[in-house]
Design a protein around this ligand. Structure first.
Ligand SMILES: Cc1ncc(C[n+]2csc(CCOP(=O)(O)OP(=O)(O)O)c2C)c(N)n1
Ligand SMILES: [Mg+2]
Length: 549
């Protein structure tokens, strides 16, 4: 029999689960908890705002398909996690957030930083709980990680009251789960009868498309989906979060024909994605009213009665795609859709040169699309690209391709500005072997720009490219409230943090500046290139929603 303190139970649990990194800001009562994890070899990255800790954890999870971990101190520290956790909830990303909190035995007596953190966290997480008994710390941490990845993934929160984590107990009373099994994913198969119905619809179809999302990546089903797409010759379009399943320069990637494909298709197979405004809820005129709809989702609740659906398969994407591959034989074959691919290929070859032309302007101030072209031609094929902002996000989405899954990390349907810097930090910590490039709007950069300091202190080298259009969004008419921010010298700000920093005004100077940035990050510090762009350039994109900014 020996004694053990609650903090060590937290550190030991994280280690046994396989956590290698976490993001945090120090403070009571979690300092000893953080130390307990760090002394077990887990890297703690102290950030400059807790929202950034949660966002970095989200990007880390997306890059590795492993839950990201973040900590906030009690009261305001924990509450600051909420924006990042909410963003992870809307994006369906497994993040495990911990918050120190005031002691249970003083509840209601006005303890330091006392507030009902659990109540605040419940609506912004998939699951939130408080640990009341020291001996149950490992058991409940195991449950938290399981909750984060099971079914549709999402963020979870655990409240760590100071008296629970600072309590010393007899270690023989501790409940130890088998942490080797914590992150084993459940893989429900689809109902074979429904698989058959889905295959029959595809067999009858002449112009099928596959729409997929990040659910495919969480399931690890990218190889099965790629095989299905190529074997069966079915065009695929993904959500911004699910990009890279098929390399976007593949002859069967008809990116520029997206809206025509959606309008003309007669059968849509939706795999691992919600049907929200990104796909126009599959309503006409985006998708024809007569098209047949197949849904494959691990979460039956996602296939709600109000959505269009002909065959609804609840199951894990990897398993269901395997079942479909096994069951389809030669019934569903690429030759059936040769005409359809030909049509989309024609549209592609007409439209691709138009996009290239729009990206090749040489005006000053620089058009954001020209900036995107320079980054596109510069970034490693297997580099991770993070983008944040509005105009620049839209321009970037249309113009810079993705070649591998988990290599494109943006704010999703929650549209959270400020994710860029923390996402880039999380992505680089997850994949230190890869080049990480972040394109950031100047306004959104301001929200978490101190994460450049985090990156500098922790030697997390990345290239940050700012689209400096002097404020929030484009403003061709000059009529938006609070839009103008001026032309901040973010290059000098970067230099003041010990980073490489440069400002660029002319299009031809972008590439050489990016090359110098690439050379400069070799010593482990980040680099920032501040590019003055045209404040009147408004991204024309499919109108997603009724509101516009
Ligand atoms: C946290 C948050 N605050 C405010 C908004 C509203 N908003 C949406 S786009 C945008 C402007 C982004 O400007 P910038 O980052 O400079 O990129 P640009 O559009 O200029 O390229 C704002 C403020 C938001 N989506 N998220
Ligand atoms: Mg801007």
């Amino acid at each position: 029999m020996a004694n053990i303190i609650g903090n060590d139970l937290v550190g030991e649990s994280l280690k046994r689960i396989g956590v290698k990194n976490f993001f945090f800001i120090m403070g009571g009562p979690i300092n000893d908890t953080l130390l307990a994890a760090m002394k077990r070899g887990i890297r703690g990255i102290d950030v400059r705002h807790e929202q950034a800790a949660a966002m970095a954890a989200q990007a880390y999870a997306r890059a590795l398909n492993f839950p990201g971990v973040c900590f906030g101190a009690s009261g305001p520290g924990a509450i600051n996690l909420t924006t990042g956790l909410a963003n992870a909830l809307i994006d369906g990303v497994p993040v495990v957030g911990f918050g120190g909190s005031s002691p249970i035995n003083e509840y209601g007596n006005g303890a330091f930083q006392e507030i009902d953190q659990l109540a605040i966290m419940k609506p912004v997480t998939k699951w939130a709980n408080r640990i009341y008994e020291t001996r149950r710390i490992p058991e409940i941490i195991d449950l938290a990680f399981r909750q984060s990845i099971s079914g549709k993934p999402g963020p979870v929160y655990l409240d760590l009251p100071s008296d629970v984590i600072n309590n010393t107990i007899d270690d023989s009373t501790v409940v130890w789960p088998d942490f080797n099994k914590t992150l084993v994913r459940a893989r429900p198969q689809g109902d074979p009868a429904l698989i058959e119905e889905a295959l029959k619809l595809l067999e009858k179809a002449q112009k099928p498309v596959i729409l997929s999302g990040s659910g495919v990546l969480w399931s690890g089903a990218e190889a099965e989906l790629r095989q299905f797409v190529l074997d069966k010759g079915i065009p695929i379009y993904t959500t911004p979060q699910g990009r890279g399943v098929l390399e976007e320069d593949h002859p069967q990637a008809f990116l520029n024909a997206r809206s025509s494909a959606m309008k003309e298709t007669d059968c849509v197979m939706v795999v691992g994605t919600r049907l929200n405004y990104v796909f126009g809820h599959l309503k006409p005129p985006r998708i024809s009213a007569s098209a047949k709809i197949i849904r494959i989702d691990v979460d039956a609740n996602e296939i709600s009665g109000s959505q269009r659906v002909d065959v609804a398969i609840t199951g894990d994407a990897k398993m269901v795609l395997k079942q479909m591959l096994d069951g389809s034989g030669t019934r569903v074959k690429a030759a059936n859709y040769a005409g359809w691919r030909g049509r989309l290929s024609e549209i592609e070859s007409l439209k691709a040169p138009e996009s290239e032309k729009a990206m090749s302007t040489s005006n000053t101030p620089i058009h954001p699309l020209r900036l995107c072209k320079e980054v596109r031609d510069f970034i490693d094929r297997d580099g991770l690209l993070v983008v944040d902002g509005q105009e620049i996000l839209n321009f970037g989405r249309q113009s810079i391709p993705t070649f591998f899954p988990r290599h494109r990390i943006n704010s999703g349907t929650f549209g959270t500005m400020g994710v860029g810097m923390p996402f880039a930090v999380g992505a680089k910590v997850a994949r230190p072997d890869k080049q990480v490039v972040l394109i950031h709007g100047d306004g959104s950069f301001g929200l978490n720009c101190m994460e450049l300091d985090t990156a500098a202190r922790h030697k997390i080298p990345m290239i940050v490219v700012i689209s400096l259009n002097g404020g929030w969004t484009a403003d061709p008419k000059g009529d938006k409230p609070g839009r103008n921010l001026g032309y901040t010298r973010f290059d000098l700000f970067a230099q003041s943090l010990g980073c490489h920093g440069e400002q660029v005004d002319k299009p031809e100077d972008i590439r050489p500046a990016l090359e110098r940035a690439k050379a400069a990050i070799k010593d482990g510090k980040p680099a920032l290139v501040n590019v003055v762009t045209d404040h009147t350039a408004r991204a024309v994109t499919i109108r997603f929603t009724k509101t516009a900014t």
